[in-house]
Design a binder for this molecule. Structure first.
Ligand code: IPT
Length: 999
């Protein structure tokens, strides 16, 4: 001990004294409380039933997980990982294939989702568009809106009429699920967002915002309403705001989004070149950079980086994104936010999921994993464990809500800063210890000296590398008084008449926890090592220890109820799950802990054989795990330990994919193909922002009712001596494709580039024509793959950029100039166009490939007349070929797994060969693999789409240029996540056979 103090003294003698963060609060701390039913706020925090709350939220998109039973899995994982709130975007286009047509059933049943959130005790933030962005095609606008001339996101009456259709549907669903709808409700909607990142702030936008606000209120939404500002610009701050007005709106609260913290470099390595911004109490400047962009309302980050999306052609950035905005980043950045008074934070994404079918916007590929806390295959990443620790602190210390700056503390190292806040009500303290600047990565030993509620203390600390520590001091926890601790608190719970605390620190670092007593208590070290010292003058019990595995200390007497302190290193502490007044150690996940008639029923997952240890109130007489009885014994540590470990999952046996059958899928290229029922390209008007050359008809696919996926054109012309080449101008999104044939002969393909910084979404292609084109009658066949409509982030109608062909001309002649010959075009896209043939799978499932129009993608399609085929294939014809097979799965009952389809060499982001695949699993379009672009080659298929206990059918639409080797590589099933546990999942029912499709 003496040498430890000597080191500290030496440290302080050498170090230059530094100051803590000094606050420059411009928040209007005397702003009145505003109430909206059970929800209210002042400048310091949100309140539920008058109680201040930190809102600790995570973003989840139901449309990116088309298996409703698994929504609950995500919600339970979030709740167990310490989130108290889920933020939900809704995708207007997902529910509306055609103007006036809406669907809220099956995978679109938002009523069911919101009920689940309530049942799981989560608060909900609804973000219902109309525009959401979210890397969705059209930013969530429906396909049909692309045909509307009215400028979107303005008060144009046509646009408002369209918007009201959606709001008429969605607002009442949200209204029913508000926390205000029932005073006993434990979860439900607490905040509602009416527009997203509307950065154009003209009077037309203001009137639009007014309209959205009034409409939400008229539709029964009673909770506070906000807009999400694209960065902390001060756009759409509440009208009532007293100072720092930049652009005001009708909104009750101001919220913004932020994605600071650097990027993953090209090499896939996280960068730490940005410090956490002070976007609140500790900031400087005016409204734009200032301490509060909205002084009367509480700090609110409606989106804060919980990862980042990935691009076509990258080297695969999700693992890097998971680290970049992962463990440590969360502590440093989310902690800086919290210290700055941003008590409402939601992390985008917390579960990213899958942009299946034609959901993705041009900037992203199928996986929307996002490097989020919960991975696309639904596994908890390491960063989820850190979130559990931070969320556990927030749940254990209600005093953290509504804190204000408490003044500087003295620090012996210039490399360190400490944000020091206090609760005006209880004087409890939050000390956020981080580097100065916060992205510093030095290893530092230092002390800080502060006037804390229980006295002036000099506290020894360490901070090694990029990190932060969230300390609390002077806080009453149940029957105990925590003077301070250099360990972080993960949980404090009342159990019967005693208290239980879980504190943790970095492995090998010393820790010290000081508790206050009126007389010397009895201290028993039950497990591990810790020493104690009692200071009679102050009444301080000082526990000192090293964080290594775990130590358990029991403190009795001293004028307080008995206390059990669990002291762990991080690896130990992340094994604990806080469920109500219970603490459970061991399994991969504890979903629920409910007590009925003396039986504690636990549900959860194990990834391996796991111990189980429970701290629970004494009334528990028996324990079950996932319904099975567990024998336990009482331990000296006051816990119940299972006498046998919980079993882990059995291996999931996956069949090889064999018995393939194949059919050619581009009959449209054949001159003899019958296109008599196709629509003729005519001179119908266009709402597109894309100008087309004079004299060309409107060929854009949207005007003909085809908004997503592939579209075919057939054009007849009379040859001329100048017809040397065909020139096409087309719109195809990111990594889109055009393929062309003349008289059945393939003349080439072209692609739009994906990638950074933005994909190029339209292109021109020039294909040489054979000499035969110089006379006689000819037929052109063109296929365009639309990889998504643009976003409308800048409210410039960019989502109306044309898709499909924009113009076509022939080139040649003496000067090689291009010229227009009359070409009589016809167009065919998705079967039924806006009148969906398959409303269950919905607007994003299908485009207009021949096989899709015929229902070849459906499980019940009879392929027995197709030719047998071998996969990997060595040769493909130009155009699309369909491959089908079936396989049986027998995932053991009571096991949860995520099984994926994987193409080619899993170790490489790109194949050396060129081709692309649309993969249909049991009829569902679960994504697109582009072999030569990448990076994604493994595609998770959620259970419910995949039948884990029965037959499955896969149909692959493989599109190739027909060059040697440009053909389907090996296809296999792989397991990405496997646990014992999980939730029961029903298959999503959908049309089975072509005869089930609507005409
Ligand atoms: C912000 C959007 O609000 C959200 O919808 C999503 O697109 C997210 O970014 C990125 O994944 S846009 C902001 C970063 C300019």
């Amino acid at each position: 001990m003496r040498s430890f103090i000597a080191v500290l003294l030496l440290g302080s003698a050498l170090a230059i004294p530094a100051m803590a963060q000094v606050a420059k609060p411009t928040a209007n701390l005397s702003a009145p409380v505003k109430s909206f039913g059970r929800v209210s706020y002042d400048a310091r925090s949100l309140m539920i039933d008058g109680e201040r709350k930190i809102i600790w939220g995570g973003e989840f998109h139901p449309f990116r997980l088309p298996s409703p039973d698994l929504w609950r899995d995500i919600l339970q994982k979030m709740k167990a990982s310490g989130f108290n709130t889920v933020a939900l975007y809704f995708d207007w286009g997902y529910h509306s294939p055609k103007q006036g047509v809406y669907d809220f059933t099956g995978i679109r049943d938002l009523d069911r989702l919101l009920t689940m959130a309530e049942e799981e005790g989560l608060y909900v933030i609804t973000r219902a568009g109309p525009y959401v962005n979210a890397e969705l095609s059209r930013g969530g606008f429906p396909g049909w809106l692309v045909n509307q001339r009215a400028r979107a996101r303005t008060d144009d009456p046509d646009y408002l009429k369209a918007v009201d259709e959606w709001l008429d549907q969605i607002n009442p669903i949200i209204a029913r699920h508000q926390i205000n709808a029932d005073k006993r409700r434990k979860g439900g909607v607490i905040l509602h967002q009416i527009e997203n990142e509307l950065a154009l702030t003209t009077p037309a936008q203001r009137r639009y915002m007014d309209h959205l606000y009034t409409k939400a209120r008229a539709d029964g939404i009673t909770v506070p309403i906000f807009h999400n500002d694209q960065g902390r610009n001060g756009y759409w701050t509440p009208e009532s705001s007293t100072v720092d007005k930049v652009v005001t709106g009708p909104n009750d609260m101001y919220a913004f989004d932020g994605y600071p913290g650097g990027t993953c470099t090209v090499a896939g390595q996280p960068t730490r070149d940005v410090a956490a911004p002070d976007w609140g109490y500790y900031g400087t400047g005016g409204a734009k950079g200032g301490a509060s962009a909205s002084p009367d309302t509480p700090g609110f980050a409606a989106e804060f980086g919980g990862g980042w999306f990935d691009y076509w052609g990258s080297n695969g950035g999700y693992d890097c994104n998971a680290i970049q905005r992962g463990k440590r980043f969360q502590r440093v950045f989310y902690g800086t936010n919290l210290a700055n008074g941003i008590g409402i934070q939601s992390f985008y994404m917390t579960y990213g999921g899958t942009s299946w079918g034609w959901l993705p916007g041009p900037v992203v590929f199928t996986s929307y994993d996002y490097g989020a806390a919960i991975s696309e295959p639904r596994a908890l990443r390491e960063k989820a464990q850190e979130m559990k620790q931070l969320g556990g602190l927030i749940a254990s210390v209600p005093d953290l809500a509504g804190m204000t700056p408490a003044g500087p503390v003295e620090i012996t190292s210039p490399n360190i800063q400490i944000y020091h806040n206090k609760s005006p009500e209880t004087d409890a303290r939050f000390l956020m210890v981080t580097h100065k600047p916060s992205n510093g990565q030095t290893n530092d030993s230092f002390t800080f000296t502060a006037d804390l509620p229980d006295g002036r203390y000099t506290v020894p600390m360490r901070l090694n590398g990029f990190d932060a520590k969230w300390l609390v001091a002077g806080v009453t926890l149940g029957g105990q008084r925590l003077v301070y601790s250099t360990s972080e608190l993960q949980s404090a719970q009342r159990q019967d008449k005693g208290d239980l605390m879980l504190l943790y620190g970095r492995a090998g670092e010393p820790g010290e926890t000081v508790l206050r007593y009126s007389a010397a208590p009895t201290v028993t070290v039950i497990e591990g090592e810790a020493t104690s010292r009692f200071d009679t003058a102050k009444g301080d019990l000082n526990l000192s220890y090293s964080h290594r595995g775990r130590a358990i200390v029991r403190v009795e007497g001293g004028g307080r109820p008995p206390l059990t302190v669990i002291l762990g290193d991080e690896a130990e502490a992340v094994r604990y799950w806080r469920q109500g007044d219970m603490l459970i150690r061991g399994p991969e996940l504890v979903r629920h802990a409910t007590v009925k008639d003396g039986t504690l029923a636990l549900t959860g997952d194990t990834a391996t054989q796991s111990p189980l240890e429970i701290w629970a109130p004494g009334a528990i007489r028996s324990v079950t795990w996932n319904g099975g009885k567990i024998a336990t014994r009482a331990t000296p540590a006051g816990s119940l330990a299972a006498t046998q470990p919980l079993a882990g999952p059995a291996a999931v046996a996956l069949p090889a994919l064999t018995d393939w059958r194949m059919a050619k899928g581009s009959p449209e290229a054949d001159p003899a193909f019958d296109d008599s029922n196709w629509q003729a390209i005519d001179n119908r008007s266009s709402a597109s922002i894309t100008a087309r050359p004079d004299g060309q008809p409107n060929m854009g696919m949207d005007a003909y009712g085809f908004h997503d996926g592939d579209v075919w054109y057939r054009g007849r012309f009379t040859g001329t001596p100048d017809a040397k080449a065909l020139s096409l101008y087309y719109g195809a999104g990111g990594s889109g494709l055009v393929q062309a044939w003349i008289d059945g002969q393939f003349i080439g393909e072209a692609e739009t580039p994906g990638g950074l910084p933005r994909p190029i979404t339209t292109g021109t292609a020039r294909f040489a024509l054979p000499a035969s084109a110089q006379s006689g009658e000819h037929i052109l066949s063109i296929m365009v793959r639309n990889n998504g409509h643009n976003w409308d982030l800048d409210s410039d109608d960019f989502h109306k950029e044309a898709r499909g062909l924009i113009s076509a001309s022939l080139e040649g002649g003496p000067s090689g100039r291009s010229f227009t010959v009359p070409i009589a075009w016809k167009i065919q896209g998705k079967r039924g166009g806006e009148m969906l043939a398959d409303p269950v799978r919905g607007p994003a499932n299908n485009g207009g490939l021949y096989g899709e129009r015929m229902g070849w993608h459906l499980p019940g399609f009879d392929d027995k007349r197709w030719a047998k085929a071998t996969v990997p294939a060595t040769q493909a014809e130009a155009g699309t070929s369909w491959y089908r097979t079936s396989f049986d799965l027998a995932v053991p009952k009571g096991q949860d797994a995520t099984i994926a389809l994987s193409f080619g060499d899993a170790a490489k982001p790109r194949s050396p060969v060129r081709y692309r695949v649309l993969m249909f699993v049991n009829g569902w379009n679960m994504g697109q693999f582009i072999a030569h672009v990448g990076p994604q080659r493994t595609f998770p298929i959620p259970e419910g789409i995949l039948n884990h206990r029965g037959k499955n059918r896969v149909a692959l639409a493989v599109t190739s240029d027909g060059q040697p080797g440009d053909a389907l590589e090996a296809v296999r099933l792989v397991t990405l996540h496997s646990v014992k546990g999980g939730l029961p999942v029903q298959m999503v029912t959908a049309p089975n056979a072509p005869s089930d499709l609507k005409e």
